[in-house]
Design a protein around this ligand. Structure first.
Ligand SMILES: Cc1cc2nc3c(=O)[nH]c(=O)nc-3n(C[C@H](O)[C@H](O)[C@H](O)COP(=O)(O)OP(=O)(O)OC[C@H]3O[C@@H](n4cnc5c(N)ncnc54)[C@H](O)[C@@H]3O)c2cc1C
Length: 393
């Protein structure tokens, strides 16, 4: 069976799935593309989920292009609300299921863009099942409905990137926000300590109540609300509890098919998995081009999708990531950062020439004196392009 005479099949209709389809269509107007997705396939920018309240946007308003329009424009056969159950890499087929109906599809090339799952930790108490996560538009619609319009208190678990963004957004939306994290300060995994302290103070000034150095122990129903008991003895009454403690690549399908997986689906520089004709990108992938890291952000997906489309079209194209600064959507303290790889040994140093009344600027410098990362806050974020040029990749 020729790899290109049978359809290109893409599992997942998130940013990764749709962007590969779009990039591939720029190179090939006619080859059959089939997409299979568990959700309804509507196209939206996931980053807007954590700044929708400040912008007063409802879940429906976050959809930029309806699934049917995407499918028509890109000439894609789209299977929505359909689960891919299994892949047979020898026969080059996959089994999909919609409702009770199962079907087998043949693929010439297969792209896995299955995203990631929110990490959940066990919590005691009769309201533990009420802890929510927001990783898709459908989750956000439920969260939005649970919050409603009345003044409410939200307990956010996790002071990482997503937790801090939601805390900022919800407080701007008029909610009372408490954040619990076992670390000593905000966004501590990504920022030098002084930058973390700036973010903590900026959000606190807006009204965010921090509970650092502790965890949620139990959640119980209490007079129409929930009572959260923290490990340090604090009690918080909340109406909604949002868990934002991180994501884990969704590898279930790949593992079941015998593909090599680690922290994500392992892919080579050309984004091929351990099976011929099967590729992966997006939140589910662990990239050889990024020192075997997962990169659950938008810019890596855009770069990976362009390279993968060229490879799928017949020109093997190794993926080379440029420097990709991440903007943290905390308007209380705008932050732009490039994180060093965990393999990079070095330390953060503050730029003494940066005017501290305008925020802060830090470089991560390794033992050889190479700049491997940076953090810019507040007005210094305007230097992102200039500072990106100094990074040694
Ligand atoms: C709240 C929030 C804010 C963010 N903000 C930023 C930001 O500001 N900047 C930034 O760079 N990044 C941000 N990110 C990260 C970025 O949005 C993600 O990296 C990106 O959207 C992931 O896209 P994806 O297509 O890989 O995964 P997903 O969007 O998770 O898509 C996975 C798809 O796979 C489908 N699927 C899974 N399993 C199956 C199966 N068995 N069968 C069929 N279909 C299946 C799902 O239905 C879904 O369509 C944010 C993430 C979140 C959650």
């Amino acid at each position: 069976m020729s790899a290109t005479s049978t359809p290109l099949v893409i599992v997942g209709a998130g940013l990764a799935g749709w962007t590969v389809a779009r990039e591939f269509r720029k190179l090939d107007a006619t080859r059959a593309i089939v997409m299979v997705t568990l959700d309804n396939g509507d196209f939206y920018a996931k980053p807007t989920l954590s700044n929708a309240y400040a912008q007063k946007r409802t879940p429906d308003q976050l959809v930029t292009t309806a699934a049917a329009k995407m499918a028509e424009t890109l000439k894609v056969e789209l299977h929505v609300h359909t689960r891919t159950l299994a892949i047979d890499t020898q026969a080059q087929t996959l089994t999909i299921q919609k409702g009770a109906v199962e079907q087998t599809l043949a693929y010439g090339q297969l792209v896995l863009a299955t995203g990631a799952h929110p990490i959940r930790v066990p919590v005691e108490g009769d309201a533990a099942y009420q802890v929510r996560s927001v990783n898709h538009l459908g989750d956000f619609a439920q969260f939005h409905a649970a919050l409603g319009a009345a003044p409410k208190t939200v307990l956010v678990l996790g002071a990482g990137l997503i937790g801090c963004e939601f805390a900022n957004d919800l407080v701007l939306g008029g909610y009372t926000v408490h954040v619990v994290d076992p670390a000593a300060t905000a966004l501590s995994a990504l920022l030098p300590s002084q930058a973390s302290a700036q973010l903590r103070d900026a959000l606190q000034d807006l009204g965010v109540v921090w509970h650092f150095g502790t965890t949620l122990q139990s959640l119980t129903h209490s007079e129409g609300r929930m009572q959260a008991r923290l490990a340090n003895g604090d009690q918080v009454s909340a109406d909604v509890v949002l868990s934002a403690i991180g994501l884990r690549a969704d590898m279930s399908l790949a593992q079941h098919a015998g593909l090599e997986c680690d922290r994500g689906i392992v892919v080579s520089q050309t984004l091929q998995t351990s099976a011929s004709h099967v590729y992966a990108l997006g939140d589910c992938a662990q990239y050889a081009s990024a020192q075997s890291r997962t990169l659950p952000y938008v810019m890596p997906i855009m770069n990976a999708a362009r390279a993968l489309a060229a490879t799928l079209h017949g020109t093997d194209t190794p993926l080379v990531f440029p420097v990709m600064p991440v903007s943290v959507k905390t308007p209380a303290l705008p932050i732009v950062l490039v994180s060093p790889s965990p393999h990079d040994l070095g330390q953060w140093t503050q730029d003494p020439t940066a005017d501290s009344s305008l925020g802060g600027a830090w470089r991560f410098v390794d033992a050889k004196g190479h700049v491997r990362g940076f953090v810019l806050t507040s007005k210094h974020t305007s230097k992102r392009m200039e500072w990106s040029k100094d990074i040694v990749v």
